[in-house]
Write a protein that binds this ligand. Structure first.
Ligand SMILES: *[C@@H]1O[C@H](CO)[C@@H](O)[C@H](O)[C@H]1NC(C)=O
Ligand SMILES: *[C@@H]1O[C@H](CO)[C@@H](O)[C@H](O)[C@H]1NC(C)=O
Ligand SMILES: *[C@@H]1O[C@H](CO)[C@@H](O)[C@H](O)[C@H]1NC(C)=O
Ligand SMILES: *[C@@H]1O[C@H](CO)[C@@H](O)[C@H](O)[C@H]1NC(C)=O
Ligand SMILES: *[C@@H]1O[C@H](CO)[C@@H](O)[C@H](O)[C@H]1NC(C)=O
Ligand SMILES: *[C@@H]1O[C@H](CO)[C@@H](O)[C@H](O)[C@H]1NC(C)=O
Ligand SMILES: *[C@@H]1O[C@H](CO)[C@@H](O)[C@H](O)[C@H]1NC(C)=O
Ligand SMILES: *[C@@H]1O[C@H](CO)[C@@H](O)[C@H](O)[C@H]1NC(C)=O
Ligand SMILES: *[C@@H]1O[C@H](CO)[C@@H](O)[C@H](O)[C@H]1NC(C)=O
Length: 398
């Protein structure tokens, strides 16, 4: 959008949706960034030392006292080198981020695009720490300085939002996608403690159910990656203490949702594809496990997978179903929606969240399934049939 378009849109905004948002030419809702000025008092900084930020679009009508918080995703950094690189990008610094974010899917303010949450206060928490909002450390060596302060960023944003109405919330949903979906697991218990005891508080993870599975060469690639992230960022002390107490010699396992779940008290919803493409490409078949590139065609197009490759994918799906099932032994009020689309993140894109042709399981869209669960309209424990049976998928392969 050029400068003139912004000015026109801002003028429009004052007429249509208040000072914090505008509509772009194609009717997309754009929401202004708020820097958390008080964050420095808490030592809450992005990797590069910049202030953390969020985008808030106010609720209205019946939703005026309800709050949806959505953690942004974007992978992790696992070494000083990769974190220094990240510090100079939008993933590690608010300096490089877009100051206006598109609010679509679960963040949309349009009832016909987001039937249950459109009139809530909706907040997007920007991700700039590299460890799912869970680290607390600093790296310094004379020439380089890195802030691993995700946990502090989480606290600073909550403290900033409480006086803006979050502190009087009636209903709340802590949500997030990808690395942000993982944050939702890690902060779900802590979130409830800030809210009135009378509030209905639930949590949702979209594409955040990262599995502790071996890769196709039988290596624990993901587990050792997670171990590096946890130790570099000082995450361990922020993991659930009852969880780390029960995995004494492997506290980093509590970064994996499948182990953390049974310690989470609020009702939890897991939205994930059984063939999540991030997990397919980085957990099941990381480049290190396929140096010859035998999987390259299959990674780009599931129809090009040979029978052994399909087998490995079906095994992975079975592993996810077992892990989800075990997680819900402890949570009767939880829900899940495990579909079979080759995708990663389905709540923030309108096409996958709620549209005429969006993915369905038993004829329910993701928006309907999540809404039915949140408002206790209907139990929601959906598992899609295995690939290639599905016809409603948008296979979104990067
Ligand atoms: C955007 O947000 C900043 C800081 O929160 C504020 O100063 C500015 O007026 C806002 N701009 C618009 C157009 O809403
Ligand atoms: C972990 O860090 C190393 C060293 O910077 C890097 O080579 C590797 O790609 C990283 N792994 C991932 C999965 O990002
Ligand atoms: C809401 O979305 C519907 C369906 O896309 C569209 O027809 C309508 O114009 C939108 N309303 C607003 C206020 O943007
Ligand atoms: C500090 O760390 C960075 C990244 O690891 C490295 O490039 C730099 O040479 C180090 N500086 C010193 C003084 O060790
Ligand atoms: C920022 O911190 C100061 C001092 O702790 C406090 O008085 C002020 O209310 C805070 N502002 C916000 C927006 O939280
Ligand atoms: C949430 O977690 C942080 C970090 O562990 C802690 O300092 C804070 O007191 C917790 N908040 C509440 C309300 O328990
Ligand atoms: C994976 O495991 C094999 C043995 O199964 C080992 O030779 C190889 O070094 C491992 N690769 C990585 C990247 O850890
Ligand atoms: C750990 O478990 C005990 C006993 O069930 C509980 O009182 C405590 O709040 C739990 N701690 C955390 C951090 O969840
Ligand atoms: C699926 O749901 C739509 C409404 O969302 C309805 O119009 C349609 O008839 C349903 N199809 C079946 C096969 O139940």
């Amino acid at each position: 959008m050029n400068v003139n378009a912004v000015l026109v849109a801002i003028t429009l905004a004052l007429l249509t949706c208040g000072p914090r948002c505008i509509y772009s030419d194609d009717q997309r809702l754009l929401v202004n960034m708020t820097l958390v000025r008080n964050a420095s008092a808490l030592g809450a900084f992005c990797l590069d030392g910049s202030l953390p930020a969020y985008h808030l679009h106010r609720g209205f009508g019946g939703g005026a006292r309800n709050w949806l918080l959505q953690f942004e995703g974007g992978g992790w950094c696992n070494s000083t080198k990769s974190c220094l690189d990240r510090a100079n990008t939008r993933r590690g610094s608010t300096r490089y981020m877009s100051k206006w974010e598109v609010f679509s899917g679960i963040l949309s303010n349009n009832a016909s695009l987001n039937p249950d949450f459109y009139n809530w206060n909706r907040v997007k928490l920007r991700y700039c720490d590299g460890a799912s909002f869970a680290g607390d450390a600093v790296y310094k060596n004379g020439t380089s300085l890195l802030y691993f302060r995700g946990q502090k960023i989480w606290e600073a944003i909550i403290l900033d939002l409480l006086p803006k109405g979050l502190g009087q919330a009636r209903k709340a949903l802590l949500s997030g996608s990808s690395a942000g979906g993982l944050s939702s697991f890690l902060h779900c218990n802590n979130f409830t403690k800030y809210l009135p005891s009378t509030a209905s508080v639930k949590c949702l993870s979209d594409a955040g159910f990262f599995l502790d599975e071996r890769d196709i060469s039988s290596n624990h690639t993901m587990r050792s990656f997670v171990k590096d992230v946890v130790s570099l960022h000082g995450v361990e002390k922020n993991l659930d203490e009852n969880c780390t107490a029960s995995y004494l010699n492997f506290p980093e396992l509590c970064f994996f949702p499948q182990y953390a779940m049974k310690f989470i008290t609020p009702p939890f919803f897991i939205l994930n594809s059984a063939y999540d493409v991030y997990q397919f490409h980085h957990i099941l078949v990381p480049p290190s496990a396929d140096p010859q590139g035998h999987w390259n065609r299959c990674k780009l197009n599931p129809a090009a997978c040979n029978p052994q490759q399909l087998n490995a994918l079906q095994e992975f799906r079975r592993g996810m179903i077992v892990a989800v099932g075990l997680s819900y032994k402890y949570s009767r009020r939880g829900g899940f929606f495990i579909n079979s689309c080759f995708a990663h993140g389905q709540s923030e894109s309108q096409d996958t969240w709620f549209a005429a042709d969006s993915p369905r399981v038993h004829n329910r869209t993701i928006a309907e399934a999540v809404g039915d669960w949140y408002f206790n309209r209907r139990a929601t424990k959906e598992i899609d049939c295995p690939y290639p049976c599905v016809t409603t998928c948008h296979n979104l392969i990067p």
